[in-house]
Ligand binder design. Structure first.
Ligand code: ZN
Length: 520
C-alpha cells in the first residue's frame, strides 16, 4: 500500500527540511484522519485532533472556494454529523456562527476531538468526489482550519478502504498513508487521488515526476513520458529555475477542466489515450502544459491579491488576464519549443482566440480587467446576459500577450521579449521579495523590458472594443486574414480571423517573427 510514495529527504519547495518521519509526527500541530466506510454512498469520515488550545472557545472554518477556481461553492452544505468531544469522549457544546464557521465551547480542555462526515458527490477540479472506485479529495471542502491559524502544521492520516491501494498527491508522505503539510495553504493546495489508478514515476531535471492515471487505456507510455519530458525541459529553459522537488500529474476520469497547484495538477481527461486524432492529443498536451506553467504564472508569479488567501470570501484581482491569459499563450510557446507544435499550429491556436473575441458582442461591453474582477459573477454561469455581455480572459488574455510580446520585441530591437518580463516578475517578486506583483508593477516590468511604456496596449486591457491588431502584427511580419470575416455572405456563420505570415518590410520584422515562432 502507498508504495509509490516515498519519504523525501530533501529541502522541500516550501522551505522546510524533512529530518525524519517521527519529527513530523511530533511537529504537526493538528492531526487529521480520514476514512471511507461508505465510499459508494459518497461519504468520508473525518476526525480532527486539536491540541494546545489556549482559549475556552475555538472557531473552525471551512473554505468556500479553492484558489484557481474562482467561484464560491456550497461546501458547508455537505458537512453532516458534526460533533465535538473531550479526549475521553465526553461531548462538548458547539454552535454555528456563520455558514462556514463552527464555534467550539472547549472550555478548559486544551485537547479535543472534532468528528464529522463529508458528502462528496460533485464533479469539478475544486470539489471532492467519492465513489466505490476512487476518491478525489480537493481538501478545501473537507478540512476545516482553526480561525486565525492557517499557519499551523497539519498531519493527515489516510485510511484506505480495502479495495483501493494507491495514493497520489503532492503532499509529503512521512509514514505509511500519513502525510504532512507545513500549513493549511499547502494542505489546500495539495489534492489527493485515492484508488487503483496507474502510477508511473520517472526522474526529469533531477526531480521526481509522478503520473497518476485513472483511465490509462490506449496509453503509449514511452511516447507520452517522452513528450512530457520535452514539456518540462522547455518550461525550465524558459524560466531557468524549478521551484519544486517533486511534481505529480493527477489525471482523472473523463470530464472538463484542470486545476493548478504548487507541485501537482489535477485534470480531467478524455477518458482514454485513444485520441480521435493527432490534434486532440496535442490539445491534451497543451492542457497539461497550461496547468504545469501555472506553477510559475499564478503560484510563484502572482497578482498581489492572490495570497495570502481569504478562504471565506471572494478574492478580487484585475490581473487574471495575465495569470490565465499569459498561461494560455505560453502553452503554445512551450509546446512549440518542445517540438510538439509547428509554427503554423501556434498561429492557428492564437487565431482561434482572436476569432472567439471578434465573433462575440461581449467585447463591446466588458474590458479584460473587468472580466478578471467580475469572474466571481460569471464563472461557469452562462445565462443569457453573461453570454452576450462578457468576454473571457482565456481568449483576450493570450491575444494581449501576443501583442505585448511583439511590442516589447520591436521596441528593444528584438533583444527582449515577454519571456524577460516573466523571468523578471519571477526573480524580483517571487524569489527576492516573496510576494505578488501589483498592476502598476506589472506594467513597470513591461516598460523595463521594452525600454518604454506600452500605454496603448494598457488601454486595450482597460477598455472595451478591439485592439488595433494590424498595427502590432505587422511588426512581426504577420497579418490577420479577415477575407471571410469581411464577406457579407458569411454573416450567419462564425467569421474567420486567421493569423498569416506576410512579406516583411525590414529585417527586424522578420527577426521578430522568427524568434517568436521559434523558426530558424
Ligand atoms: Zn489556467
Amino acid at each position: 500500500m502507498n508504495r509509490f510514495l516515498s519519504l523525501l529527504l530533501l529541502v522541500g519547495s516550501y522551505s522546510f527540511l524533512v529530518p525524519s518521519a517521527s519529527a513530523f509526527q511530533k511537529d504537526a500541530e493538528l492531526a487529521y484522519m480520514i476514512s471511507f466506510k461508505e465510499p459508494a454512498a459518497h461519504f468520508a469520515e473525518v476526525q480532527l485532533k486539536l491540541v494546545s488550545l489556549d482559549s475556552a472557545r475555538t472557531t473552525l472554518v471551512l473554505p468556500v472556494w479553492t484558489p484557481g477556481y474562482y467561484k464560491i461553492l456550497d461546501n458547508p452544505a455537505h458537512i453532516i454529523d458534526f460533533k465535538v468531544s473531550t479526549i475521553s469522549g465526553e461531548p462538548l457544546q458547539w454552535h454555528k456562527i456563520a455558514k462556514n464557521k463552527w464555534l467550539l465551547e472547549n472550555g478548559q480542555n486544551a485537547e479535543v476531538f472534532v468528528d464529522y462526515r463529508v458528502y462528496a458527490n460533485r464533479k469539478s477540479v475544486a470539489e471532492s468526489n467519492i465513489s466505490e472506485e476512487k476518491a478525489f479529495m480537493a481538501n478545501t471542502d473537507i478540512f476545516m482550519f482553526p480561525e486565525g491559524n492557517l499557519d499551523k502544521s497539519v498531519s493527515l492520516q489516510v485510511h484506505l478502504p480495502k479495495q483501493w491501494d494507491k495514493i497520489a498527491t503532492g503532499l509529503t508522505e512521512v509514514d505509511q498513508g500519513k502525510f504532512y503539510a507545513p500549513d493549511f495553504d499547502v494542505l489546500y493546495d495539495s489534492p489527493l487521488y485515492l484508488g487503483n489508478q496507474k502510477i508511473i514515476e520517472f526522474q526529469e531535471l533531477e526531480k521526481k515526476i509522478t503520473l497518476s492515471i485513472a483511465t490509462p487505456e490506449g496509453l503509449d507510455q514511452k511516447k507520452f513520458v517522452a513528450d512530457l519530458r520535452k514539456i518540462l525541459r522547455s518550461t525550465t529553459k524558459l524560466m531557468q529555475h524549478i521551484p519544486f522537488n517533486d511534481y505529480t500529474f493527477i489525471m482523472m476520469e473523463p470530464g472538463g477542466g484542470g486545476l493548478e497547484h504548487w507541485n501537482s495538477q489535477a485534470v480531467f481527461t478524455y477518458g482514454s489515450f485513444n485520441f480521435e486524432n493527432d490534434l486532440a492529443y496535442k490539445r491534451f498536451l497543451n492542457f497539461l502544459t497550461h496547468e504545469y506553467f501555472h506553477l510559475y504564472n499564478v503560484k510563484a508569479i502572482r497578482p498581489i491579491e492572490l495570497g495570502p488567501f481569504d478562504y471565506s470570501q471572494e478574492n478580487y484581482t484585475t490581473m487574471l488576464w495575465v495569470a490565465e491569459g499569459f498561461t494560455v499563450y505560453y502553452e503554445y510557446l512551450i509546446m512549440r519549443n518542445a517540438g510538439l507544435l509547428t509554427a503554423n499550429e501556434v498561429l492557428e491556436f492564437l487565431s482561434s482566440h482572436i476569432k472567439a473575441i471578434e465573433n462575440k458582442s461581449g467585447k463591446d461591453h466588458m474590458s479584460l480587467e473587468r472580466s478578471s474582477f467580475d469572474v466571481w459573477n460569471y464563472f461557469l454561469n452562462n445565462d443569457a446576459i453573461s453570454a452576450e455581455t462578457t468576454i473571457s480572459y482565456y481568449q483576450k488574455g493570450p491575444v494581449m500577450a501576443l501583442l505585448l510580446d511583439i511590442a516589447i520585441r520591436n521596441d528593444s530591437d528584438n533583444e527582449k521579449s515577454l519571456d524577460d518580463v516573466m523571468r523578471y516578475l519571477y526573480e524580483e517578486f517571487y524569489r527576492k521579495q516573496g510576494r505578488g506583483y501589483t498592476e502598476n508593477e506589472f506594467w513597470d516590468s513591461v516598460t523595463k523590458m521594452a525600454g518604454k511604456p506600452q500605454e496603448e496596449l494598457r488601454k486595450y486591457v482597460e477598455s472595451t472594443g478591439s485592439p488595433d491588431y494590424e498595427k502590432y502584427l505587422k511588426l512581426a511580419a504577420l497579418s490577420l486574414d479577415r477575407s471571410s470575416a469581411d464577406d457579407e455572405k458569411t454573416e450567419l456563420v462564425e467569421k474567420q480571423y486567421d493569423l498569416i505570415k506576410i512579406v516583411p518590410e525590414n529585417d527586424l520584422q522578420l527577426k521578430i517573427r522568427k524568434s517568436l515562432l521559434q523558426e530558424n
